[in-house]
Design a binder for this molecule. Structure first.
Ligand SMILES: NC(=O)c1ccc[n+]([C@@H]2O[C@H](COP(=O)([O-])OP(=O)(O)OC[C@H]3O[C@@H](n4cnc5c(N)ncnc54)[C@H](OP(=O)(O)O)[C@@H]3O)[C@@H](O)[C@H]2O)c1
Length: 552
């Protein structure tokens, strides 16, 4: 190591050191590997100690540091090693006779711990962990410490904070050890879902715009649950999440987008839907995804496809209304047969899946799929394609819109709120330092900040924000509504998906206003100036057609 660098590292204040590490790791895949490997060696050499129940939750509690040290384990690919620590943490709660109050510091920390367990188990599932006896033991012990904590909470009149963790652990056991026998607990909401509260507000419903996706009639704004993939967006208990869903349903936002890999989104949403009165639950539209990110572990056969469908419907505890399919490599042509199978399943097993869509397919391959399906089964079969579309990503205008119009496919768009950058908060604000601890950016903001940089400069972005604000003031709406309305007005756009931090913020009242907004020709021309023409072509040339960023 260069001597000057050595001195620099030893003298830097921690915030600059952290920011520099983030820059290094995010800009260079090989340094990311070295970093994680090095951290793992050090963590293995000094694994956290197990504090006693009174140390963890006593008069000078140390649960915050303990949870931080477990977080280091599972985020450095040591998910299995983290499980006994979670088990210990949960076992200490009854032993220390721990008490908490709604929203006090401890309850919020327990909710965060629950989010951490969800994340650790998700990592474990994604690593396709080998079903060893050690892993079975770890999961069963965690499951039983969760159940003991539930019994303790109920008998002490405390709201049980680990429902999401239980759903996720049970799901992992089901996947990895299908023979494990588990008791299924009902979700006790404490406050209970207000059955009358989920009744639709008829007046609001009447003002919503809807669109047909094959046999489905859906509102033109969906709720998006990518935000449940990581505690980096903040963590909420299942009760708070369900209350948000309840509010969204009441005002008519009944369609929700999620995916197999969005943490516990399918489990949380499924458990919500299954508590609704039947007549209301029947109108809820669950849109999930089957994302094949690498060569499948098994040959692509009708049974393999059915397994994937059954898996989604099991996790949702019922039907998937729209199943969107992502495929990793256009050279591996199995996706064509898979799509034929999926469409066939909508007919043979309508109780499992209603309609099929694509996810992040480019124009050429969307057309290829439509033609193949027409040849094989005499119908287009797919109803939608989910892609990024916003004022700063107008690549779909180059080819995608025309393909969709030709075959009657609707676009479901993400990034239309630019990860939250299309809001008053960012008017006249400096560009965020994405590596700084203080910036507190969500993963969506990180993603779309990159997109802003591809599209233009921060000054250009400010000019766009100011234009949005002027139009918003003219129509008495929020600037986010103007951005969403512009996308909704584009040809073939079925709906925009609004990222929703369920239990934390859902922006539903604001998003409702999108439906009362009509952009006039002058507004549209002003916005087109930022989005269309050379900009769209430049982005298309620079990053490729829709979805190509997922296949590099
Ligand atoms: N298929 C894919 O590859 C893919 C990729 C990305 C996303 N998606 C799907 O699309 C959904 C949306 O995408 P996204 O989350 O990446 O981007 P997004 O919807 O552009 O950004 C989400 C953020 O926008 C903010 N927002 C929403 N409505 C707002 C309003 N009226 N006023 C102010 N801010 C508002 C919220 O910020 P606050 O939370 O701070 O309020 C929210 O977290 C995801 O949840 C996911 O379901 C799919």
């Amino acid at each position: 190591m260069n001597m000057m660098d050595d001195v620099l590292i030893s003298q830097l204040p921690p915030d600059i050191l952290k920011s520099s590490l983030r820059a290094l790791v995010s800009q260079n895949a090989s340094s990311q590997k070295v970093f994680v490997e090095h951290v793992r060696i050090l963590l293995r050499a000094s694994l956290p100690a197990y504090p006693s129940p009174s140390e963890l939750f006593g008069s000078r509690p140390c649960y915050t540091q303990f949870l931080a040290s477990i977080r280091c384990l599972f985020t450095s690919k040591m998910a299995i090693e983290s499980l006994p620590y979670f088990t210990h943490f949960l076992s200490c709660i009854p032993l220390a006779q721990t008490q908490w109050q709604p929203n006090d510091k401890l309850e919020l920390a327990l909710e965060e711990a629950c989010g951490d367990i969800v994340q650790a188990i998700q990592a474990l599932k994604e690593l396709r962990s080998t079903p060893t006896e050690q892993l079975r033991e770890c999961l069963l012990s965690l499951n039983s410490s969760i159940n003991n904590c539930d019994v303790y909470s109920v008998s002490n009149n405390l709201q049980f904070p680990f429902v999401r963790a239980r759903l996720q652990v049970d799901d992992a056991l089901h996947l990895i050890f299908p023979d494990a026998r588990l008791h299924h607990y009902p979700i006790d909401h404490g406050m209970k879902l207000n059955k009358r509260g989920v009744n639709p507000d008829i007046a609001t419903y009447a003002n919503l715009e809807h669109v047909e996706l094959g046999p489905l009639k859906v509102p033109r704004i969906f709720n998006g649950l990518w935000q449940l993939s990581s505690p980096a967006w903040g963590t909420a208990s299942i009760y708070k999440q369900h209350m948000d869903f309840e509010q969204l349903i009441r005002i008519g936002f009944v369609a929700t987008d999620m995916a197999d890999h969005y943490g516990d989104a399918e489990l949380v949403y499924g458990s919500f839907r299954n508590q609704l009165p039947l007549e209301i639950g029947a109108n809820v539209i669950a849109c999930s995804k089957w994302c094949v990110f690498g060569p499948p572990a098994k040959p692509v056969t009708p049974d393999f496809v059915m397994e994937a469908v059954l898996e989604r419907s099991r996790r949702l505890g019922g039907r998937v209304e729209l199943l969107q399919f992502h495929w990793y490599d256009y050279e591996a042509k199995d996706y064509l047969r898979t799509l034929v199978e999926l469409v066939k399943i909508t007919k043979s097993h309508p109780h499992l899946v209603t309609a099929i869509g694509l996810c992040n397919f480019d124009s050429h391959h969307t057309e290829e799929v439509c033609q193949y399906l027409l040849r094989e089964i005499n119908e287009v079969g797919i109803v939608s394609n989910q892609i990024q579309y916003s004022l700063i990503d107008s690549r779909p205008t180059i080819k995608m819109e025309a393909v969709c119009q030709k075959y009657g496919v609707k676009l479901l768009t993400y990034g239309s709120f630019c990860g939250g950058f299309f809001s008053d908060k960012w008017l006249d604000a400096d560009a965020p330092n994405i590596y700084s601890e203080k910036a507190q950016l969500t993963p969506s903001q990180r993603k779309y900040f990159d997109m802003i940089n591809n599209w233009g400069s921060w000054d250009d972005f400010h000019a766009l924000l100011r234009t949005l604000k002027r139009i918003a003031i003219k129509h008495n709406v929020d600037l986010a509504n103007v951005a969403a309305r512009w996308v909704l007005n584009r040809p073939s756009v079925g709906a925009v998906i609004a990222g929703t931090r369920a239990g934390i913020s859902n922006n539903s009242e604001s998003n409702l206003k999108t439906f009362s907004l009509t952009l006039d020709a002058e507004d549209t021309n002003q916005l087109d100036e930022y989005a269309l023409g050379n900009r769209a072509q430049m982005l298309y040339n620079k990053i490729g057609d829709c979805g190509s960023e997922y296949r590099q």
